[in-house]
Design a protein around this ligand. Structure first.
Ligand code: SF4
Length: 475
């Protein structure tokens, strides 16, 4: 059975899931190879093309791409690039589409490169130096892509060498695991980790954990999580009333125990009192790519391509405005239209407003003549999500304040299930497709994008109305 670099990283994150994938691929929950993951894969190949261009522009470099190394005990490495220097020195290049060398548990580039070096070494190819090739986050495209300016070569020979011993041991342990013929299917190590670490198989290895559970508690410390687990407490109802929790955690527990939302009407009233009519419910969709495809943009830097705007007047009348950029171009026309659609008075209501504010700040740099307008928008912007952090908490939100979690509980008749585009990541991929396809398909995609963005701002209107009625009903 083969062990590749990807397998090895999966082993380091979760040995059980690797065993399952390798031994029982038919029942392994692969998850969806989403359109967004497909985009990331395409971008990886695109970066590799620029690395090839970089080396090919220098005649004297002797570089092989995609050289394969295999060992009898199952190690398999396809090395991105391998160079033989004029003095016989052999350099291994590991190519990444990120803008830095990552060393966190789920993306440890040093371990990636270390695995490749060890595999090549065991297959008889000595490696003298190791480089990670990644994108330069400061690069700004101007004309055709310049591989020299786009790429950053980081010498990681030393850090890879420093972990060589432990990586060898881990590789042996991974090979041993793959030789095992049965898997202990009871429990898994993520039981002690926060929900962000859990994969799709968590509930299969840990059946009987309810939703919501202790994993729904916001910012629960590892110590408290362990405390609950050793005492067999997973259900929020079983947490003792006097157990020390933060205010935000306590509210979630109270909501679960009461089987009803916990509502702080005074706080909601205070929030609503800050709003000034007309209310502009506003949402951007953005685009970003690893290799910038427009002049003036940088790797992985988002820029708005679309917005939806619902305007609610004090008398209750509601109007909708929207903009979708249908060409590959910077958001100059988008900002012009925003300027025409948004008046000088009134609150800008957003959800997770820090994202919209960042886009406005970036566009203010891009279009200095619109800077005053964009900065003023940020000063008038309020975040509707804030209400759901402490003033209105329902255990059915499952510890999240995302609009996709809150909306179906607050407004059960309104969700995203009927839409072709259902989240921001697929909106980004759809926009890319729209600007690269024929008119007929482009029109269909445009319609789907407009419907999705409109749903986001209409959802905010409905949630605002719900809060408004709630405070009036109970006054
Ligand atoms: S939830 Fe369990 S199976 Fe999934 S990654 Fe974590 S330890 Fe592995």
């Amino acid at each position: 059975m083969q062990l590749t670099k990807t397998d090895f990283i999966q082993y380091l994150n979760c040995s059980k899931s690797l065993w399952w994938l390798k031994h029982e691929p038919d029942t392994y929950p692969h998850g969806e190879f989403s359109v967004f993951l497909q985009k990331l894969t395409r971008e990886g190949y695109e970066v590799e093309r620029y690395v090839r261009q970089y080396f090919e522009s220098e005649d004297s470099r002797d570089v092989d791409f995609q050289r394969v190394f295999e060992t009898d005990d199952g190690l398999f490495a396809r090395v991105d690039a391998l160079e033989r220097g004029p003095d016989g020195e052999v350099i291994l290049y590991e190519i990444k589409s990120s803008t830095s060398v990552k060393t966190d548990a789920s993306h440890n580039h040093i371990k990636d490169a270390g695995f490749q070096k060890i595999c090549a070494g065991r297959a008889g190819q000595q490696i003298d130096r190791v480089y990670l090739v990644h994108l330069n986050g400061e690069y700004v495209r101007n004309g055709s892509v310049d591989p020299v300016a786009l790429l950053t070569f980081s010498d990681v020979t030393e850090p890879v060498g420093n972990i060589a011993g432990e990586t060898e041991v881990e590789i042996e342990a991974a090979l041993d695991l793959l030789r095992e013929i049965e898997l202990d299917r009871e429990g898994c190590s993520c039981l002690h980790k926060s929900r962000g670490n859990h994969c799709d198989t968590f509930s299969l290895f840990n059946p009987g954990i309810p939703t919501p559970s202790i994993y729904s508690l916001p910012r629960l410390s590892a110590k408290k999580r362990t405390d609950f687990i050793v005492n067999g407490i997973f259900d929020l109802h079983e947490i003792p009333d006097n157990y020390p929790l933060s205010a935000n955690q306590k509210i979630v527990v109270q909501a679960a125990k009461a089987n009803a939302p916990q509502i702080n009407l005074d706080e909601i009233r205070d929030f609503l009192a800050t709003l000034r009519f007309p209310l502009y419910f506003f949402d951007f969709e953005t685009y970003a790519s690893a290799v910038p495809f427009l002049d003036g943009t940088s790797p992985h830097k988002h820029f708005p391509v679309q917005y939806s705007l619902h305007i609610l007047d004090e008398d209750g009348s509601l109007t909708h405005k929207e903009f979708l950029e249908r060409d590959a171009r910077l958001p100059d026309r988008l900002v012009e239209q925003m300027n025409a659609d948004i008046g000088q008075v009134g609150s800008i209501v957003s959800w997770h407003a820090s994202f919209e504010k960042t886009q406005n700040r970036e566009m203010a740099k891009m279009f200095p003549d619109k800077s005053d307008f964009l900065i003023d928008l940020n000063e008038r912007m309020v975040d509707l999500e804030d209400v759901f952090k402490a003033a209105y908490v329902d255990a059915r939100f499952d510890g999240s304040t995302s609009i996709k979690k809150v909306l179906p509980i607050i407004c059960p008749k309104l969700d995203y299930k009927d839409l072709y585009v259902q989240d921001g990541a697929s909106a980004m991929v759809s926009w890319e497709r729209m600007i690269n396809t024929d008119d007929k398909e482009a029109a269909q995609i445009a319609s789907a994008l407009l419907s999705y963005c409109e749903r986001d701002t209409f959802a905010m209107v409905e949630i605002y109305r719900f809060l408004n009625e709630l405070t009036h009903d109970q006054s």
